[in-house]
Design a protein around this ligand. Structure first.
Ligand SMILES: NC(=O)c1ccc[n+]([C@@H]2O[C@H](COP(=O)([O-])OP(=O)(O)OC[C@H]3O[C@@H](n4cnc5c(N)ncnc54)[C@H](OP(=O)(O)O)[C@@H]3O)[C@@H](O)[C@H]2O)c1
Length: 243
């Protein structure tokens, strides 16, 4: 059955990989990004390669209204992938604007948009699958990125709770926890090869999780073990570690 799939943060490398996988199955794609101009080549490429319906909408986590986005869509989506994220300066404790941006893009705006979608889906008695891309950074606060980590921790907890809330309404929620991904976000950063996923690997893991109705998925699976160990390191040791 053809689905209408909303990709929020569609200019992200991961979202583009998801879009290609979903387009291969003939689904219609609704892409959102901060700039329509930046989305146009992506829209054109998807239409040309896969001959599917693709449309683009402006949505900026810092300035857009989620209800206005939902009204602008051709209808309610059957599947949503929320891929927007902002790493920023991960320890900007003296910069209130940067701290606010990290919290807004990774948590507050993501929650407000998911809430608005869920409200509309429940009102219209529609089933849907909502995928939120969080991060292993939310599993334990580390000194190197505790603001981004705190926002992702909040988002992971929200998604887990939303899955329990949505169950009775036919709304399934997937919490995705990638480790490192080779993408625009990490360009120029030294990444450990075997622990780093490509956007295509992340997309495949997400589509598989949607198909199997998984609740929570680590990408790559080794990260589940790594984070189990990281979460269990005693505080008196952890605070002296360079993580
Ligand atoms: N890369 C990693 O190592 C890693 C690890 C774990 C989790 N993640 C998460 O994975 C997801 C996908 O990231 P990625 O690796 O594909 O990075 P990416 O290519 O940098 O994508 C991030 C996306 O977020 C969008 N964005 C930033 N600020 C926004 C705002 N104010 N309003 C709306 N959209 C905004 C960007 O839009 P523009 O294109 O307009 O800038 C971009 O499309 C993110 O949620 C990220 O936090 C990434």
């Amino acid at each position: 059955m053809k689905k209408n799939i909303l990709l929020v943060g569609a200019n992200s490398d991961v979202a583009q990989a998801i879009a290609k996988l979903r387009a291969e199955n003939g689904h219609a794609l609704w892409l959102t990004g901060r700039s329509l101009e930046a989305l146009q080549p992506i829209v054109a490429d998807l239409k040309l390669r896969y001959e599917v319906e693709v449309s683009a909408f402006v949505y900026d986590a810092e300035t857009s209204n989620p209800e206005a986005l939902i009204l602008a869509l051709p209808g309610l989506p059957d599947e949503v992938h929320l891929a927007m994220g902002y790493l920023g300066n991960p320890i900007c404790i003296e910069d209130a604007a940067e701290t606010t941006r990290i919290m807004t893009v990774n948590f507050t705006a993501a929650v407000l948009l998911m809430n608005a979608l869920v409200r509309s889906l429940i009102q219209e008695k529609r089933n849907a699958v909502l995928v939120g891309i969080s991060s292993v950074a939310g599993d334990r606060g580390r000194k190197s990125n505790f603001l981004y980590g705190a926002a992702k921790a909040g988002f992971s907890t929200y998604l887990d709770g939303l899955r329990n809330f949505g169950y009775a309404h036919g709304i399934h929620v997937v919490t995705v926890k990638p480790g490192f991904i080779r993408s625009k976000m990490t360009a120029g950063l030294p990444l450990p090869g075997p622990l780093t996923a490509t956007p295509q690997q992340v997309a495949k893991a997400i589509v598989k999780a949607v198909r199997k109705r998984k609740g929570r998925v680590y990408v790559l699976p080794i990260w589940e073990l790594i984070m189990l160990i990281v979460r269990n390191i005693p505080d008196f040791v952890f605070k002296k570690m360079n993580l």
